[in-house]
Design a protein around this ligand. Sequence first.
Ligand code: FAD
Ligand code: 2HG
Ligand code: ZN
Length: 463
Amino acid sequence: FGSAAEPIQRNPDYSVLNSDDVSYFKSILGDNGVVQDKDRVAVANVDWMGKYKGASQLLLLPKSTNEVSKVLAYCDSRRLAVVPQGGNTGLVGGSVPVHDEVIVNLGGMDKIISFDNVNGILTCEAGCVLENLSTFVENEGFIMPLDLGAKGSCQIGGNISTNAGGLRFIRYGSLHGNVLGLEVVLANGTVLDMLTTLRKDNTGYDLKHLFVGSEGSLGIVTKVSILTPAKLPSTNVAFLSCNDYMSCQLGGAWAMTHLEGVHNPLPVSPYKFYVLIETTGSDESYDKAKLEAFLLRSMEDGLVADGVIAQDISQASNFWRIREGISEASVKVGAVYKYDLSIPVEKLYDIVEEMRSRVGDTAEVLGYGHLGDGNLHLNILSSKYSDNILAQIEPFVYEWTAGHRGSISAEHGLGLMKAEKIHYSKSPEAVQLMASIKKLMDPNSILNPYKVLPRSALSPEQG
Ligand code: FAD
Ligand code: 2HG
Ligand code: ZN
């Protein structure tokens, strides 16, 4: 993993898969739902970056909640470890096995169950691909409250399990607000029906929130109901260039107050900073005029050095493609160390500069992200993984973030990469309570082992 850390030992308490297990899975999922083909299993064993690789022998493809329930009940009784998997686009090594865990991929559960086109409430299975849901609700005059570069592969169940942020967060907020209901299968196979579509419901603890962002460690999400905002008729996108970070911040703040918060044409010459702003509204010409006035004023004030406003939908989507393509471009370089930090906005760029001086010319440091959300994606690129580069980055990056009361995972989760780093952002008491919840809900610890929580919190003798 590009890390000098000790390799993670397989927990010997887990059983080893045998042919009786495979026969049982075939009896409930049929032959097509039980994949042993080496090439297909190999694909499911490796993450999107090609950085984390497991050694699972078995990929299961359930088609219904009942099937998921039977699979988990069996795995729990046999103490077979399981990795829940969606589109496998996660960036923290959470979606692939560490050792020989059985992979349960939700891709076969991809049905839309209902759509309330008055209130914009979508109910669907967890394996629906985000882009397909977007297309569906857009045809009904609504949009999904989240959008991300991985939309063509990621699944709504994976989005919920990671509490994905993405490109519309600034406008529509977190999935904790937009998810209205969930159906979840617990580790022992119990189906927890919380699939309501109510806007308000204060009857006791709101348990669904435990599953939003818990990265498959507490249950498998099987169905989802989610609030979708109305699609507004006008969308405007501006691509701005700035000479310094202060201008980006000021321009961004101004835009939020006044505008609600590798294709041409682009600003011609290269600049140090680029800002992409999208606004949506209900009055095409007024909205556009407002954005143009903003651009003009920002250029007059010297905040923006250059800038263009997309003239049509295709230009707008070309602008977005540049932003959405950064992640994909970053993995082409060879080795990439990815950090996903929440930092007070005024300090956000400081760590990019500090990191540059730490790594010198051994690596390229790229800072991008979601400025309005205070979320920096710090990517450190080099031709190959090296312990020397890693030693320049960690623990500095975590200590720096903790020192600024930031978060070491803004939107990607902890997964395998940061399970042992949670203490940089959470108190010992909070970690202990999380471990108690995990032990209560998954006493045999079959769900997504070695991820999210530190081993010392789950079994103090290993600490
Ligand atoms: P996976 O990667 O398959 O799984 C992620 C985690 O969720 C794993 O721990 C897995 O065990 C668990 N899981 C998956 N499905 C379920 C389920 N049904 N029940 C229980 N647990 C489950 N993330 C952002 O937040 N914002 C972005 O802007 C963003 N952009 C991205 C762009 C690119 C090009 C890529 C490759 C990734 C990006 N990501 C982003 C990260 C990733 O796409 C998100 O974390 C996404 O939500 C993962 O969804 P998935 O279906 O691929 O889940
Ligand atoms: C984005 O905003 C994603 O593009 C991916 O969250 C960030 O790859 C990354 O580091
Ligand atoms: Zn992001």
